[in-house]
Design a protein around this ligand. Structure first.
Ligand code: GLN
Length: 542
């Protein structure tokens, strides 16, 4: 890293490569990620090749060990990076499979810098945030954006946060190097509504724009997030005080669905600005997004209730890709979706009874696991459509072994008996609480002929994302079979169980992988589609 010559990025000046930087002011968590992803979706629909990257200023090396209650879902890329959930938005909006390059954290860059320092690579120089960290950030941006027409970079947090300063300085320098005209800066601000005086207050947004200017960046556009639709005077005020043309101020009140945002952008003044900046002049084909918005606003005749048996029920973002995958499947089937959150710690048959289908998503740790086993058992004995994801497969296998008479059957994650039908994967001993050591990313699987899995996928060779440490112990294949389950898919060498199903049940299937990460709003994943269809009793895989 230290040998990198920052002048290298000047070489891109002759090329058509352009960069869009999305920063935030006032508050974080108001939709910078959706804005960045939606802008990408519009440009992609105009024919541009898009790449996208999230820069997060916190000192973690990746998102793998972050508490999901605080941070929401940990998303996994095809090459096994454990990332922030914004990468999930990016993949869904852009229909791309991203890599580690799209997730840049201070912690990772700093640990690499420190490793270089220890290896004596700095030749006696003082190692500093400026220029060393700022250069490392610029290089990460340069590398991530090399292959596209337009590279979008979202900076996490808000401008002015102590820990994010190096990123703000890095993107300012980056624009200076590649040419300011090749960069488009968008600042996403929040404008609150004061109930007492019934007015929108632009002051915090004005201050946020002032902060950004203080760091040497005058944005090309401001996206104004509000809870309710705001009058034009708000945009005029931001334009005036921010020094931004009014047509480049995009008002973005809370939308009924995030998938409306690309449509809103395409109809706005920001679209004209992006057209002029990008040089992609044709109008975007947004029929797919329109279809999604229509599907959501139409009143469905039928609604499917899916019971999601989970432990983090207070933060639905923890299962964001799962709920998005369920929604996508429901929209395609033209039915309403009611996700019923079932607390795994208190789950009972009474609750299971009220749903049309059960889903046990991925999870770590013992809390609530017996409730999840109970859900897998209930779905089997009552023939309720069941989809098990990762831990959801493991609990189904434990339930099967218990049905077959192995009363103490369990997973090695939660017990140390000899009856661990789910056990620690080879090479994972002692790594249980460490970062970056799970089985991560895309892996191929082979599905058995004439199985539900193969019928749903329409293929016997598939690829899915993974994030787990434990796997089915095939030593207990007999017990699992006696419990009513068949192993319907394995790794190509046959060593790892990837899919199980109950051949005698309507829809009882589970995978060791995380299919939700590869579902797309306009292309629902077959396992989720199958679950919704089975719940509707319209599944036909014969
Ligand atoms: N905790 C289980 C394992 O490590 C399941 C992981 C998951 O559901 N992602 O294998």
């Amino acid at each position: 890293m230290v040998e990198w010559n920052p002048m290298e990025i000047r070489e891109t000046m002759g090329k058509k490569q352009k960069y869009i930087f999305v920063t935030g002011g006032v508050l974080s968590g108001v939709g910078k990620g959706i804005t960045a992803a939606s802008i990408g979706a519009v440009l992609r629909a105009k024919g541009a090749a898009i790449s996208i990257q999230k820069c997060d200023p916190y000192l973690n090396v990746d998102a793998g060990l972050l508490n999901p209650v605080e941070h929401g879902e940990c998303f996994v890329t095809k090459d096994g990076a454990e990332t922030d959930l914004d990468l999930g938005h990016y993949e869904r909006f852009l229909d791309l499979e991203l890599t580690q390059k799209s997730a840049t954290l201070s912690g990772r860059l700093l640990s690499e810098l420190i490793a270089d320092e220890r290896a004596g690579k700095f030749g006696g120089k003082t190692v500093q945030l400026v220029p060393h960290l700022t250069q490392a950030i610029q290089r990460a941006i340069f590398e991530a954006g090399k292959e596209s027409d337009i590279h979008i970079v979202e900076i996490g947090g808000t401008v002015g946060d102590y820990e994010g300063l190096s990123f703000v300085e890095a993107i300012r320098e980056f624009a200076q190097r590649v040419g300011r005209e090749k960069c488009f800066f968008i600042h996403v601000v929040y404008v609150p509504f004061l109930g007492t005086s019934k007015e929108f207050k632009t002051k915090p947004a004005q201050n946020a724009l002032g902060d950004l200017r203080g760091f040497g960046i005058v944005p090309d556009s401001v996206v104004v997030r509000t809870d309710l639709p705001a009058p034009d005077s708000v945009a005029a005020k931001i334009s005036l005080f921010g020094g931004i043309p009014e047509e480049n101020v995009l008002m973005l009140p809370n939308a009924d669905t995030v998938y409306r945002v690309p449509l809103t952008i395409a109809e706005s003044g920001l679209h004209s600005a992006l057209t002029a900046f990008s040089g992609f002049e044709n109008s975007p084909d947004l029929t797919g997004w329109q279809r999604l918005v229509d599907a959501q606003s139409s009143i469905p005749e039928t609604t499917v209730t899916v019971g999601l048996v989970a432990k983090y029920i207070d933060n639905e973002d923890t299962y964001l890709s799962v709920t998005e995958a369920l929604k996508a499947a429901a929209w395609e089937e033209g039915v309403g979706l009611d996700v019923k959150w079932i607390n795994a710690e208190t789950a009972s048959d009474e609750e299971f009874k009220t749903v049309d289908a059960l889903l046990v998503p991925g999870g770590f740790g013992e809390r609530g696991v017996e409730g999840k086993i109970k859900a897998a058992e209930y779905a089997f004995t009552h023939d309720v459509p069941y989809l098990g994801i990762c831990l959801g497969l493991q609990v189904a296998v434990v339930a099967a072994a218990r049905r077959a008479g192995m009363v103490d059957a369990h997973s090695g994650e939660f017990s140390d008996t000899k009856s661990n039908v789910v056990y620690l994967m080879n090479g994972q001993e002692g790594k249980e609480s460490t970062g970056g050591t799970l089985r991560l990313g895309n892996y191929p699987a082979e599905l058995e002929e004439n199985t539900l899995a193969a019928a749903l996928y329409g293929s016997q060779k598939i690829v899915e994302r993974h994030r787990h440490r434990y796997e089915v112990n095939q030593k207990f294949a007999q017990e699992i079979k006696e419990g009513g389950l068949a192993i319907s898919g394995t790794s190509p060498d046959g060593k790892l169980v990837e899919f199980i199903e109950a051949p005698k049940k309507t829809y009882y299937i589970a995978t060791q992988a995380h299919p939700e990460f590869r579902s797309r709003p306009n292309r629902p994943h077959p396992l989720f589609k199958g679950l919704i269809k089975a719940a509707l009793k319209t599944l036909d895989v014969s």
